[in-house]
Design a protein around this ligand. Structure first.
Ligand SMILES: Nc1nc2c(ncn2[C@@H]2O[C@H](COP(=O)(O)OP(=O)(O)OP(=O)(O)O)[C@@H](O)[C@H]2O)c(=O)[nH]1
Ligand SMILES: [Mg+2]
Length: 422
């Protein structure tokens, strides 16, 4: 059996507006012991939405990074805002992660809105998991959601869980790889139960569909299916991990971030399946040998700490006090939302904040003895999504943002009103 990937991994939380990404981050930090109590997005006490502007607007307004540990591995979670105005911020940050969790709701009518995001993940060749959140609401059926999501995903979706319902309430799930059933417990780990008899048919049907998807990428599994041989569970796990890491399939998991339901399962999945920092570096075509190399994913201007450049280290050891692109790093930090924890150095795969690099911008590649003009061999930000020059229409001054030519947002300069169209 292949060894599971290990070491520091970075995962973006992306998805539609208000689908629950920041709530999921909070739950991930609670489950990994980084925070002792859960904050709420509603009152601005969540790690991801603690800036004054996010509190005032009741939504995420920029990317936030939080680093935590889970079973010996470090995870950098990058919570991206869902609202279209902040797409550029999210798109910049996606350059520095190893995988993405796409958070959505069990509402087929909202699936189409994910199309541009999935396209961007394809461009960056980022493996992704779909996390169907708010399953506690019981509205919308996963069975109806999947075709709607598949219609906007070029990659096949592989349903990993089926919900267990009591009337309209989802009380737990069956994991189709292990064929184990679990019941959710609010704020705690799910408890394993016997597979309910009423679920037998649904489980067999959904498991077969999952195996069929995986068999498209594995001849041995295909033979087993054709000969009606039940593949051993560890082979199914191994194939799932391989297909995810290579970007062949998109696993679909269920949960309710607000109730910590399905969150530990998601963490385990990430620990076992997110490719290593070395694998991402190779995919980006970056030479593993050479001096330290980092890339700025996000820039903050803080009132207390001054300018902070959040960077992904691609190779080498980055230390506090080092000179990069002709500027001295004054302070090196791990981030937990707006909180910073001082550290001495950082290595490949780490996402850290660098203090007072006054002339460095988001996207810049950092190297010792360089002037900042180096470029990484990575996909460019889609140039069709940009802020166009301000246009005076005679009725007022407008800025036009294009979004893959299918959506636009106009921001009226005088009133800051926003209009969106397709
Ligand atoms: N019922 C239910 N509500 C949830 C769940 N997760 C999040 N919510 C609610 O959904 C709303 C949006 O949650 P956020 O975490 O701010 O969503 P978001 O995706 O970060 O939003 P943006 O970053 O602004 O796009 C809040 O009112 C949450 O309380 C869940 O599992 N169940
Ligand atoms: Mg958010």
């Amino acid at each position: 059996m292949n060894q599971r990937p290990s070491g520091t991994r970075s995962v973006a939380l992306v998805g539609s507006y208000l689908s629950g990404k920041t709530t999921l981050l909070e739950s991930l930090l609670l489950a990994t012991g980084k925070i002792a109590r859960r904050g709420a997005v509603g009152d601005g006490s969540a790690v991801g939405d603690s800036s004054a502007e996010a509190r005032a607007r009741g939504m995420s307004v920029e990317v936030n990074v939080a680093t935590t540990e889970f079973m010996g591995d470090t995870f950098n979670f990058v919570d991206c805002p869902g609202s279209i105005e902040f797409w550029q911020d999210s798109s910049d940050a996606l350059m520095g992660v190893d995988a993405a969790v796409v958070v959505c709701e069990a509402d087929p009518t909202k699936a189409a809105a994910l199309a541009p995001l999935l396209k961007r993940l394809d461009e960056l060749e980022l493996p992704r998991i779909l996390f169907v959140n708010k399953i506690d609401r019981g509205t919308g059926r996963v069975r109806d959601l999947l075709p709607a999501l598949q219609a906007v995903s070029d990659k096949p979706l592989a349903l990993r869980h089926v919900p267990i319902r009591d009337g309209e309430t989802v009380t737990g799930y069956v994991d189709l790889a292990s064929e184990r059933a679990y019941v959710y417990h609010d704020g705690e780990a799910s408890e394993r139960i016997d597979l309910p008899e009423s679920m037998n048919d649904r489980e067999s049907e959904a498991r077969y569909e999952l195996l069929e998807k995986l068999a498209d990428f594995d001849d041995k599994l295909m033979e087993q299916l054709l000969e009606d041989v039940e593949p051993p569970n560890d082979e199914v796990y191994e194939q799932l991990a391989k297909d995810f890491a290579e970007g062949h399939v998109v696993p679909v998991l269920l949960g309710a971030a607000e109730h910590d339901a399905g969150v530990r399962r998601l963490l385990k999945e990430l620990r076992h399946e997110v490719p290593t920092a070395d694998a991402t570096r190779e995919r980006r075509g970056i030479d593993p040998d050479g001096e330290v190399l980092a890339q700025v994913l996000k820039t903050y201007h803080t009132t207390r700490g001054g300018k902070l450049s959040v960077a992904r280290v691609w190779r080498g050891k980055l230390s506090d006090g080092m000179t990069l692109n002709g500027e001295r790093v004054s302070g090196l930090f791990t981030m937990v939302g707006q909180q910073t924890e001082k550290r001495r150095d950082a290595g490949p795969g780490d996402i850290v904040a660098l203090g007072r690099l006054e002339h460095i911008n988001t996207g810049d590649v950092l190297e010792p003895g360089k002037d900042g003009t180096a470029k990484l061999p990575v996909a460019d930000i889609d140039q069709s999504f940009q802020v166009a020059p301000v246009v005076d229409t005679g009725l007022g001054r407008i800025r036009v943002h294009h979004w893959w030519a299918s959506f636009w947002v106009r921001v009226w300069q005088t009133t800051e009103a926003r209009i969106m169209g397709a």
